[in-house]
Design a protein around this ligand. Sequence first.
Ligand SMILES: Cc1ncc(COP(=O)(O)O)c(C=O)c1O
Length: 364
Amino acid sequence: MGPFNLSSILRPELQEMIPYDAPRHPEAIRLDANENPFPFPGDILEKIKAQVHEYFFTRYPDPRSHELVAMLADYTGVSPAGIMVGNGSDEVILTLLLTFASGGRVIITPPTFSMYKVHSLIAGAVPVEVPRHNDFILDISRINQAAAHPDTRLIFICSPNNPTGNAAPVEDIKCILEETTALTVVDEAYIEFGGESCIPLLAEHPNLVILRTFSKAFGIAGLRVGYLLSNPAVVQQLLRVKQPYNLNVFSQLAARMVLYYRAEFLAVIKKIIQGRQILSAGLCNIPGVEVFPSAANFIFFRTAVPASILQQDLLKEGVSIRDVSGPGLERGLRVTVGQKEENKTFLTKLKLVLTRREGQTGQK
Ligand SMILES: Cc1ncc(COP(=O)(O)O)c(C=O)c1O
């Protein structure tokens, strides 16, 4: 018997994978994860607390989250049989891939949300990349060409797209849906901030899946609640794979309360959209900053300075934003819209660190 060799039994497609980690800078102004920066509106938190009674945590949760699903049906207009909730939309993405894509091909459209590729590899599917055009618009004809491969199982389209912020026109999604029999997943994680929802297309397109989350507009990223809208046949298959008790009792309760009081969140969302306009204008006013339009709660921008350096400079000044640079996103950074004062501080510090860097380059 040879020595214990763990990597000899690790699946080859996982050998190169870097375990996920996220920046943790609790002391900084956190504009790096596209969260809702505002506290819960009104007394919703108190109302949630008031419902946590003595025996609340001793029982397993409802595996199908019936009450939450019923409220989501009311919110989205989709029938309860076409809705499935998950432990964040991250879990729903993995469940989709495990159910339909293992051994097949998955089309993704970089630059986009990284987890489509990561979860494809975890599920034993082959990610096929169809890059967006230079302005981050989807390359519909190349997507349709790639999707024509008989092994294509899923297509992921993020709209508004993380990290670039642009939304895909519904007409473009229609062009994909009409050409392919693969399941077409439109991730609408940021839809409350802008862009046009594909929900009206669900009735005519049985191969459409829409992903949503409570982590962004509805401010419960820490409680991990996401959901999927599709036709009941798709949900029936996914339920074979979904973890039985994927959404804990507390998260189900909080998500229901947030939906019940959604009018109050809509006011917060409005504030974030106004903040985005001010932040975008502020960025445009800084010389050397290239700013991209956004339909989400974050803004993608570039400067002449390498993104990792600028991100570190800002962190030293107490502001955390995300370095998203990479292929197609050279020198790219993503800043989440924060509260008014946070946005102001970010702009001031960005000006400061850019001026400092320019000074250093000028001296050389
Ligand atoms: C496009 C997109 N989809 C899904 C997610 C994951 O959201 P959740 O917190 O629901 O897992 C994110 C989170 O950043 C995202 O940007």
